[in-house]
Design a protein. Structure first.
Length: 344
């Protein structure tokens, strides 16, 4: 019989608000301990998810009943916690971006790989049935392979914390949000990034520590490109300043080397992937994933198997951060990509 895996949660803020449903629905995970500097948050989520509020992060990391630790903390706090977690033999679930600097991310990669534990970073594609179905379509080859990935995001800059717009602790719009889609593009392309061109400008918010508009063009081996644009310039609606609740405008399409354009649509209440070419359409229905992400991660922990396909490991998350930071250092320059660990 499959065993239950004990989980500890560090950080009971806005990200846990979005994840609580999947954690509660898991049949393989049991929350044992939770810590947040605001103790009332840990108490509230302990009532919802089980487990006990802890007095400190170290108390969670030292708990022998905790096998998996969720680091739902801001990126500038993650390194020290991750190093302690993997040293204690814990498996780790973190959140994008892995860290604010390439150097910190490199430290985390080395520590996790040396400890021989599972260490992953959740992105928007984690648990996303649409993107998993797209991956199957591209790998099957029936429409050709992915040649163009285009995604635009527009929303108000974050207002529920004081670090998301700080380049030293997190980054600008690309590092904070569009990095989701950089990782998705790399995953769906299925081949290495060879060159990158990055642009960053400010149009409407000179008082922010970061620019409000950023763009990356990532070119892939064998032909293929991702065009990733994000702007915080437009003051779109903010529904709450307590968390990530804001108006969001998005453009997404993909084109294969056989001329098929893929989009996500809703028709008659049904979610579909629509492939069109020369006036013809092919419809693909997203296939639900077999269990929650947390169940599938627990299975990997128990069996010693690979991570679930829909979540990148810590090294891939490092590579995302390095692409962004190297691009920021060379704006407007088409640069050859080097994703090796710093110091190697």
């Amino acid at each position: 019989m499959s065993k239950t895996i004990g989980m500890g949660i560090l950080g009971c803020g806005d990200y846990l608000r979005w994840e609580k449903g999947a954690i509660a629905a898991s049949k393989r995970i049991a929350v044992r301990a939770l810590f947040d500097p605001r103790a009332e948050r840990a108490r509230r989520y302990a009532e919802l998810l089980g487990g006990e509020p802890a007095e400190s992060a170290d108390a969670v990391l030292d708990d022998p009943d905790v096998e998996v630790v969720c680091l739902f903390v801001p990126p500038w706090l993650r390194r020290d916690l991750l190093l302690k977690a993997v040293e204690a033999g814990k498996h780790v679930i973190a959140v994008k971006p892995l860290g604010p600097t390439v150097e910190e991310c490199g430290e985390m990669v080395r520590a996790a790989e040396a400890a021989d534990v599972l260490c992953c970073v959740q992105y928007r594609r984690t648990g996303n049935a649409v993107l998993e179905t797209c991956k199957d379509v591209f790998e099957g080859g029936e429409l050709g392979r992915l040649a163009i990935y285009r995604q635009d995001w527009m929303h108000h800059y974050p207002q529920w914390n004081d670090w998301a717009t700080d380049p030293a602790r997190n980054g600008g719009p690309f590092m904070d949000a569009m990095i989701h889609n950089l990782n998705t593009a790399r995953y769906l392309m299925g081949r290495p990034v060879t060159h990158c061109t990055y642009f960053s400008e400010d149009f409407a918010h000179p008082d922010l520590k970061c620019n409000d508009t950023e763009l990356m063009k990532a070119d892939f081996a064998g032909g293929g490109t991702a065009l990733l644009f994000i702007t915080w310039a437009a003051d779109l609606a903010v529904y709450s300043t307590e968390g990530n609740d804001r108006e969001h405008v998005e453009v997404l399409y993909m084109v294969t080397d056989q001329g098929w354009r893929l989009t996500e649509e809703h028709r008659s209440g049904e979610q579909l992937i629509v492939a069109s070419r020369e006036g013809r359409e092919r419809l693909f229905r997203p296939q639900a994933l077999p269990a929650t992400f947390y169940d599938r991660f627990a299975e990997a922990v128990e069996t010693g198997g690979p991570l679930p396909r829909d979540v990148p490991d810590v090294r891939a998350a490092y590579e995302d951060v390095k692409l962004v930071r190297d691009g920021e250092a060379n704006p407007g320059v088409r640069m050859a990509v080097d994703l090796s660990l710093v110091g190697q």
